[in-house]
Write a protein that binds this ligand. Structure first.
Ligand code: NAD
Length: 308
């Protein structure tokens, strides 16, 4: 055993996460399928290998950070999946934000082979990944989570163990449904105040101290110049894109449908973010939804792609 970490998917999030591990002295071999991403990863100093055999030979941990459930499924499961090649002693940590069903299937298939697997999607975005301050929302056995903890401590600041395997993606999906709804709520109330020609600064201060407050209102304010360091102050450059919020709201609606849960506001939030994305703003920070909500009353600097 070389005891290295096999890091699969070194895109926007995976690259800086792997980098943190290396800076902390861990041996990391990286793998990706995108030539562009591989080039960037090599330039940033990652040891990118070109075959799965090379990646897995002697690995003690596999970390994956992939876009969606279908990528996780095709990587690990089925005839061409890598699960059969992963050493039994290995711990699998899937950090991708995916559907609960795929995560549970991966957990069950791993268990059949005697391999420990946990789901650990993150919050904190690319910036959190770069500075090792992600929050990990974790599902898995106490034993497996304890094995992963030293690595989480390097890449993150909080490890929130939600319960059995599958609970990490479950809590991530529920959290982001609430976040999508509250970003719209914060945008609607601030834009209503603007149309009422009220002093937005005072309105913001008062709501923050009153019962209408929420995390988006206080920490990720969708209108500029009210809170330091948020994308609305930076022409809505992401941050967390509207496309990602749409993806997470879709996951929430699929999960709701699977258990017959009533989520009318989640459904409305998905419709609103989908419209925003379809109108060409998928790469805009999700707080830019205030632009669509504000209509002709919204007049703030907006250049999400950084062209101006
Ligand atoms: P990304 O698209 O930048 O990176 C994913 C990488 O996975 C890509 O480089 C892609 O080529 C690679 N990949 C896909 N299939 C693969 C396979 N079979 N084998 C090897 N590599 C493969 O995405 P990202 O922004 O890094 O996000 C990754 C996950 O993290 C997503 O589930 C996302 O929802 C979640 N997330 C992202 C953010 C963020 O701010 N970017 C924040 C929190 C959570």
């Amino acid at each position: 055993m070389t005891n290295h970490i096999a890091f699969i998917g070194v895109g926007n999030m995976g690259n800086p996460m792997a980098d943190q591990l290396i800076k902390a002295g861990k041996k990391v071999k990286a793998f990706d399928v995108s030539p562009e991403v591989i080039k960037t990863a090599k330039e940033s100093g990652l040891n990118v290998v070109s075959t799965i055999d090379e990646l897995l030979d002697g690995a003690s941990t596999v970390i994956s950070m992939l876009p969606e459930g279908k990528h996780v499924r095709s990587l690990y499961l089925g005839d061409k999946g890598i699960l059969n090649k992963i050493p039994k002693e290995c711990l699998i940590i899937d950090c991708s934000t995916i559907d609960i069903e795929t995560s549970l299937e991966l957990g069950n298939e791993s268990k059949k082979l005697g391999i420990k697997m946990i789901d650990a999607p993150v919050t904190g975005g690319v910036m959190g990944a770069r500075i090792g301050k992600l929050n990990f929302l974790v599902g898995g056995s106490d034993e497996a989570v304890a094995l992963a903890k030293p690595l989480f401590d390097i890449m993150g600041q909080k490890i929130l163990h939600a319960g059995a395997q599958g609970s990490g993606v479950g809590v991530k999906i529920c959290n982001n449904m609430s976040l999508g709804i509250s970003m719209i709520a914060a945008s609607e109330s601030l834009m209503l105040a603007k149309r009422l020609k009220m002093d937005i600064r005072k309105v913001h201060e008062i709501i923050k101290a009153a019962s209408g407050n929420n995390w988006a209102m206080t920490n990720y304010t969708p209108l500029p110049n009210l809170t330091d360091g948020v994308p609305s102050n930076n022409k809505y450059r992401p941050g967390f894109t509207a496309a990602m919020m749409r993806k997470d709201l879709r996951l929430a609606m699929d999960a709701a449908q699977s258990v017959d849960a009533s989520t009318p506001l989640g459904k409305a939030a998905l419709e609103i973010f989908s419209k925003f994305c379809d109108e060409g703003d998928s790469d805009t920070d999700y707080s830019g939804i205030s632009k669509m909500i504000g209509g002709d009353a919204w007049n703030y600097p907006f250049d999400p792609k950084g062209n101006k």
